[in-house]
Design a protein around this ligand. Structure first.
Ligand SMILES: [Zn+2]
Ligand SMILES: [Zn+2]
Length: 262
């Protein structure tokens, strides 16, 4: 295990555990780098899903970065849920807090998080895929700096039907991947989900297409919501990378892109 680039702790409303628990587990596993990425979903449709006190979060992370400076590299980052409505608020927030690492994700599509079954009521696989992917395409032009594109394919996770995004919407997928490559962004391999088999995010097909279009930057990201999720399912994703001849991941350390083993 060398790095985990997507971690939530008690500072996210749906996660538990302290960053220090992750850090100690990562040091024990000889890891080089962790990126903490607490949720920021401004104007979220469910107001009970509240952002933490970011002053408190960044102060806590600064303390831990100093404490463990000689043992592991740590990023104090954010996972920003992009919408057309919140993008300018996100811009203000990113410039105010200057996080070490930003994952730009799409959770909400048309006013509802596509993680939830109700997103799919009265939809078809094609319509759901198009709505989600068009939102992702738009998010790539976010008016704030970000490093990685979060969980491309998130809409498939809880969909009540089969959704093969690269078959349903080949043109939009190609546009997204081309834009990620041309923008120099990192395509996150979100290792939180492998079941049922071959339902990874992104899917094997999308990863292969990314590589065939010239994409090189990926990172391993467990999207852990508790310390025991750290580094989950990495072996499965290493296999996917071997199939696509990907041999390293791109990690942001002190603002610089650094190649680390998978
Ligand atoms: Zn997310
Ligand atoms: Zn996340």
């Amino acid at each position: 295990m060398t790095a985990d680039n997507h971690l939530h702790t008690r500072f996210s409303p749906d996660a538990s555990g302290d960053a220090e628990e992750y850090i100690l587990a990562a040091i024990a596993a000889n890891a080089k780098h962790l990126a903490f990425t607490e949720h920021v979903d401004l104007l979220y449709f469910d107001p009970s899903f509240k952002m933490c006190d970011l002053n408190e979060y960044f102060a806590h992370m600064n303390m831990l970065k100093n404490k463990y400076a000689d043992r592991i590299s740590l990023s104090a980052g954010l996972e920003i849920g992009y919408t057309a409505e919140n993008k300018l608020l996100n811009k203000e927030l990113v410039s105010k807090f200057a996080p070490d690492y930003v994952i730009n994700s799409v959770h909400e599509v048309n006013g509802i998080d596509c993680y939830f079954k109700k997103f799919f009521v009265n939809t078809t696989p094609l319509a759901a895929a198009e709505e989600y992917l068009n939102a992702v395409l738009e998010s790539l032009d976010a008016p704030y700096p970000y490093h990685a594109v979060g969980h491309l394919g998130y809409v498939t996770r809880n969909a009540p039907y089969e959704m093969n995004l690269s078959e349903l919407c080949p043109e939009i997928i190609k546009k997204i991947l081309t834009k990620i490559i041309n923008g120099g962004k990192i395509l996150e391999l979100n290792t939180s989900c492998i079941k049922p088999l071959d339902k990874s995010i992104p899917s094997r097909d999308v990863l292969k297409l990314y590589v065939s279009l010239g994409g090189k930057k990926i990172c391993f990201s467990s999207d852990a919501h508790k310390p025991s999720d750290l580094f989950r399912n990495y072996e499965y994703f290493r296999q996917l990378c071997r199939e696509s001849n990907i041999t390293s991941q791109t990690v942001i350390i002190n603002g610089n892109e650094t190649a680390l083993p998978l």
